[in-house]
Write a protein that binds this ligand. Structure first.
Ligand code: G6P
Ligand code: MN
Length: 445
């Protein structure tokens, strides 16, 4: 079985390949095709993978190409993990927003809108090519903003594109752990949009254990989201929000902390990865060792400013593993081997959340088998959450409309309607600022 990875020169590809190396069952991936627009990055990552594969007799064969159509033909699964504009683009997304005094972040707020505006046209082109060249392939979308990009692709691929994220799994795991539930025995009642969801319950043997957590200040203080949001606020909500909701509930503090940081996350990663790719290109460089070191440093500094602002402390070590590569592999196995699994995924709503239409991509527990991912029915969201979900979905729809029409006014509308952008004038300046620095936004005129 052949797996194609778009963004194959990306830093997280060895995580995926590492997960594949542990799969020896029948029907596993035997061939991996890496596609990237940057041949140098492809070479570097291929060297890391070659070192990972050393000593593994049934390691999937790896080939690399910069030809997209060639990469897609014959693929059973396509992982899309591209970063349009690279980390330099991410740093611009963050910086331009922060200079306007609004949140500058990879996927949330103005930064996420800018990232979406540049990514959607590229994702749509990929979706069209998949529909033509590999119509039976399943597309697993990791590309951020994952919900929005999955929805853009679903207009061409229907339910054959499924979006993934590691954050709901990580949250569910942390909540289960503090409640003493064994992994696998807990049902996590989680729903929303990508990076905008809430754990409303955690059922073990049919019993909801979340009230016990919310009632216990010591338990609440013992895990990351408990410290990040604070016991009082979590009790008021009656739910545990995804860590990304910190940007909505503590906007002022998050913006202040980000503005005070010497550099943005994107700028940090840009410099770090430039060193990594240059290092691997040296003759005889220990590619895997360099990758491992860089990865450890990256994960240790994840969302550091947020955690600092909230006094939430360091992320626990065991949270640094079991991320999105495991979700991707579990999803691919469930489909390829028709092994029923329940996973939190980004799929079309199909009536699950009634305020949204059927084509709106949401993040929700799904039953997965060979026929694809099917959202399970969930309780309605409370009004405050519905309000945020609908507001952000409306913004995503404006992004899709702007990408289709090339209308600058529609792009302004997308920024202006975002709950984290506080003035239409700010939205206008954001469009000016972003179009000035992003070649990928030239289509906005
Ligand atoms: C989590 C999110 C991803 C996001 C990443 C950013 O894993 O689920 O969607 O891209 O964090 O991490 P980074 O190390 O790039 O700041
Ligand atoms: Mn994510």
């Amino acid at each position: 079985m052949r797996l194609t990875i778009l963004g194959g020169g990306g830093f997280r590809v060895p995580l995926v390949y590492g997960a594949l190396l542990g799969d020896h069952a029948e029907g596993r991936v035997t061939r991996v095709v890496l596609h990237d627009v940057d041949a140098g990055r492809l070479r570097a990552i291929a060297r890391v993978l070659a070192e990972q594969a050393a000593g593994v007799p049934d390691a999937p064969a790896v080939t690399v190409t910069t030809d997209l159509d060639e990469a897609l033909r014959g693929a059973a699964f396509v992982f899309s993990a591209i970063r349009v504009g690279g980390l330099e683009g991410r740093a611009h997304d963050e910086r331009v927003a922060l200079a306007e005094g609004v949140l500058g972040q990879e996927t949330v707020g103005a930064g996420g809108v800018a990232y979406g505006l540049r990514t959607v046209p590229v994702a749509v082109d990929i979706a069209r090519r998949v529909a033509r060249l590999a119509p039976d392939a399943w597309v697993i979308n990791f590309t951020n903003p994952a919900g929005l990009v999955t929805e853009a692709m679903s207009r061409h691929l229907g339910d054959r594109v499924i979006g993934i994220c590691d954050s709901p799994v990580g949250l569910g795991r942390r909540v289960a752990r503090v409640l003493g539930a064994r992994p696998g025995e807990a049902w996590v009642d989680y729903v929303g949009l990508n990076h905008l969801g809430w754990v409303r319950g955690l059922r073990v043997a049919g019993r909801d254990e979340l009230p016990r957590l919310l009632a216990d200040p010591v338990l609440l203080g013992s895990f990351e989201e408990g410290r990040l949001f604070g016991a009082d606020w979590l009790r008021s909500l009656g739910a545990i929000p995804n860590e990304y909701l910190h940007y909505y509930y503590f906007t002022r503090e998050a913006v202040r902390a980000y503005r005070q940081a010497d550099r943005t996350r994107g700028a940090f990663l840009h410099d770090q990865q430039a060193r990594f790719y240059a290092g691997v290109a040296e003759p005889g460089a220990p590619a895997l060792e360099l990758w491992n070191r860089t990865r450890a440093e990256r994960e240790a500094t994840y969302m550091a400013e947020n955690r600092e602002t909230a006094g939430a402390g360091e992320r626990e070590d065991e949270d640094l593993s079991g991320g999105y590569e495991d979700v991707a592999l579990a999803l691919m196995r469930a489909i390829a081997r028709d092994e029923r699994a329940t996973l939190i995924l980004n799929v079309r709503n199909r009536g699950t959340l009634s305020p949204l239409d059927g084509d709106a991509v949401i993040e929700v527990p799904c039953l997965v088998d060979a026929s694809g991912a099917h959202p399970v029915s969930v309780d309605p969201l409370p009004d405050h959450a519905t309000g945020l979900v609908c507001a952000v979905k409306a913004v995503e729809r404006e992004v899709l409309a702007a990408a289709r029409s090339g209308s600058r006014a529609t792009a302004v509308k997308a920024f202006a309607l975002h709950p984290l952008v506080d003035s239409v004038n700010v939205a206008r300046r954001l469009v000016d600022g972003y179009t000035a620095v992003h070649p990928g936004l030239a289509y906005l005129g």
